[in-house]
Design a protein around this ligand. Structure first.
Ligand code: AMP
Ligand code: MG
Length: 301
């Protein structure tokens, strides 16, 4: 199954979340087979990220959006944690600071956009400005309505400069959310995650659903697609996100850059150094040996 096709919000289509089963697990009947698949994907992801970093020509931006307890933190930890920290970055967007609120909503977002060779994950994103702001009437309707076009233009600009964009909505049911809230209550190590807001926001479930449906429908584009990930099962959520990221990176046909040095010459220098090491000759004698090798190489050319 091609997960990139299966879970993508087709540009121009109208998403109805009620029609998408949050417990769907595709060809996987259980956790066991999925875990083996995730392990393989982790290795592939690591290798692809290394290549992206080495190539230094483009970048990847992953936006994660979801209601509380849908697993944004878990996805980052389990799936994207397999990559090398050098070249990856996570940025969480909270309620805008006083300074951020004085600017256009995309101002703080653009500052965190990936530079070439980087993979950046947004834990929440510019989409909060058409979601929470809409649900709680933080700005007038005409303001948030105008933002879909602004978001599409902004993302198109990032893509034009070499950034690839993947956007994931982690889709859970209200029953699963409540179950996870209980887990948080039962586990002292998770108490810090509980906030008053969890229960208040839950009361706005239908409003959030409407806001998400519009956001996903209006801003899933060819260049920056949305994926609705069935997330009631954490193991499937991890698998689906990892697979889509791997499939996307693999399709880029990335290449290692040409070396900046003459590898044959470096090999000769290495052999001289190796010889010197074997003979344990002194620094002066070694420098003489290198000079002699260089002279000989010049003569060979
Ligand atoms: P958490 O991700 O659980 O740490 O919570 C971050 C909080 O910041 C959530 O309640 C978000 O809805 C809120 N938030 C993030 N971005 C915005 C925004 N642009 N406007 C208002 N609230 C936001
Ligand atoms: Mg929270």
């Amino acid at each position: 199954m091609n997960y990139r096709k299966l879970f993508r919000v087709k540009p121009g289509s109208h998403v109805r979340l009620g029609k998408i089963d949050p417990s769907f697990t595709a060809e996987h009947k259980g956790k066991k087979s999925a875990l083996a698949a995730v392990e393989k994907l982790d290795g592939e992801l690591r290798a692809l990220q290394y290549l992206l970093y080495a190539e230094g020509r483009r970048s990847l931006l992953i936006c994660l959006q979801a209601l509380d307890a849908a697993g944004k933190d878990g996805t980052i930890n389990h799936v994207l944690g397999s990559m090398n920290p050098q070249g990856t970055r996570v940025h969480g967007f909270k309620v805008p600071s006083h300074e951020e609120a004085q600017h256009d909503f995309l101002w703080r977002i653009e500052q965190q956009a990936p530079k070439k060779s980087e993979i950046v994950i947004f834990n929440r994103s510019h989409y909060e400005d058409v979601l929470v702001t809409r649900v709680h009437n933080l700005v007038p309707k005409k303001t948030w309505e105008a933002r879909y076009t602004m978001i599409n233009d902004f993302e198109q600009r990032l893509v034009a400069s070499g950034t690839h964009i993947l956007k994931f909505f982690l889709h859970i049911s209200p029953e699963e959310q409540l179950r996870r809230f209980k887990q948080r209550l039962d586990d002292p190590a998770r108490h810090w995650k509980i906030s008053d807001g969890d229960y208040t926001e839950r009361g706005f479930w239908d409003d959030y659903t409407a806001a998400y449906e519009d956001a996903l429908s209006q801003t899933s584009t060819e260049h920056a697609p949305w994926f609705v990930i069935p997330a009631n099962n954490k193991w499937f959520r991890n698998l689906a996100v990892a697979r889509i990221v791997v499939e996307t990176l693999a399709a880029l046909d990335m290449q290692f850059p040409a070396p900046s040095v003459d590898i044959n010459e470096m090999r000769r220098k290495y052999h001289s150094a190796e010889l010197a090491e074997e003979k344990k000759i002194g620094k002066k004698a070694w420098q003489k040996l290198i000079a002699a090798t260089d002279k000989k190489n010049k003569g060979d050319q």
